[in-house]
Design a protein around this ligand. Sequence first.
Ligand code: DHB
Length: 309
Amino acid sequence: MPPDLTVQLAPKNKKGLFLDNPVMTASGTFGYGTEYSQLFDIQRLGAIICKGTTLKPREGNPQPRLVETASGVINSIGLQNIGVKALIKEKAPVWAGWRVPVIVNIAGDTVEEYGKLAQELDGVEGIRGIEVNISCPNVKAGGAAFGADAKSAAAVTKAVRAATSLPVMVKLTPNAGDIVGVARAVVDAGADAVSLINSVKGMAIDIKTRRPTIGNVTGGLSGPAIKPLALALVYEVAGAVKVPVIGCGGIANAQDALEFIMAGASAIQVGSATYSNPRASLDVLEGIERFMEKEGIKKLGEIIGAARK
Ligand code: DHB
């Protein structure tokens, strides 16, 4: 018998969010999924989370938007995306024919915009859940400003919860003073799950031009550099809330993923690792399966939070 990797990420939601396995692709690192379908069998993944989506299409921030650092990458895309209408018209019908569930990441400038986005997505075939992005470090209004504070994070969650019956997970920022307080607040406001962490504010300077390397001056740091930080925050949040926690931050292989799972994550997201290895998410999944077989672990639930006991 192969090990059972299934996981329910929205146990309190009527529709639920049942995944065949805990491996997701992180928002912004996997496009709309369609871009990768030629490269490997994306239907084997637990879920795909699409690029952050706003009400209106966005062109994003000035170039340069991406810079490599010693053990990670800084990006400042500025939520470039096709907008929710085009997403519903062009992408959702494709997703409706997929086995792998697709979750739409949403971002707004105001609480009302988050509510409107959720309303637009409610009931659309091919969309299985919403990830609320209150953690984008690269936009002036909204974004991480909402996620930095428990009150505003709760207000956004409430607006989304009221507008949709879809499973709702809220993606948290490490750039918050009290991420545990924010997690508690969004759960109280109706979040079915929380995902963490989004990228960490970072910067690089080109000493020849004496200017910031990133067009928008600062960006979001992701990759191996943030893994230990993300792991500690997942451990703390998982100890504080009763909903499923989805771990994210520097996961590049099965060892990384298993650490997050043992810290208390019910599922994980593979992000910028996909840039250097487009099939990193599938490699992570296969590595988890191999580990479970070798260790005689029959169900994923046996190791979720194992490091906490
Ligand atoms: C962007 C959004 C994010 O949530 C993030 O972590 C990094 C970048 C962006 O679109 O700029």
